[in-house]
Design a protein around this ligand. Structure first.
Ligand SMILES: [Zn+2]
Length: 105
């Protein structure tokens, strides 16, 4: 057992506050954070969540100050093999379609 644990109901309260303040639905929050809606169901029912989901939510809540050294963006840009431009990968890990790719095909 660790010496600390996540206070999930408190996390839920903070998320709900910010969500209402921004006039968003939970679905909107899921979309903004790119987390599965199921993650929010888990939090709502008081169950814990995985580390990457937690840091994503801390960033969304602006609560990440001081632990930023532990956090890095999830997507490493992928260079296009044809033009070398870097793109954020799509969710399936592929590269986005862009003009040079069409020209190459
Ligand atoms: Zn390209």
């Amino acid at each position: 057992m660790s010496t600390h644990r996540l206070d999930v109901p408190q996390l839920h309260r903070r998320l709900d506050e910010q969500r209402r303040e921004l006039g968003l639905t939970w679905r909107d929050v899921a979309r903004q954070t790119r987390l599965a809606p199921a993650t929010f169901s888990r939090i709502t029912s008081g169950r814990s969540l995985e580390a990457d989901a937690l840091v994503t939510l801390l960033v969304w809540l602006d609560l990440d100050t001081g632990i930023t050294a532990l956090i890095e963006p999830g997507d490493t840009p992928l260079p296009c093999p044809y033009c070398g431009r870097a793109f954020q990968p799509k969710r399936d890990g592929g590269i986005r379609a862009h003009p040079c790719r069409k020209a190459a095909d």
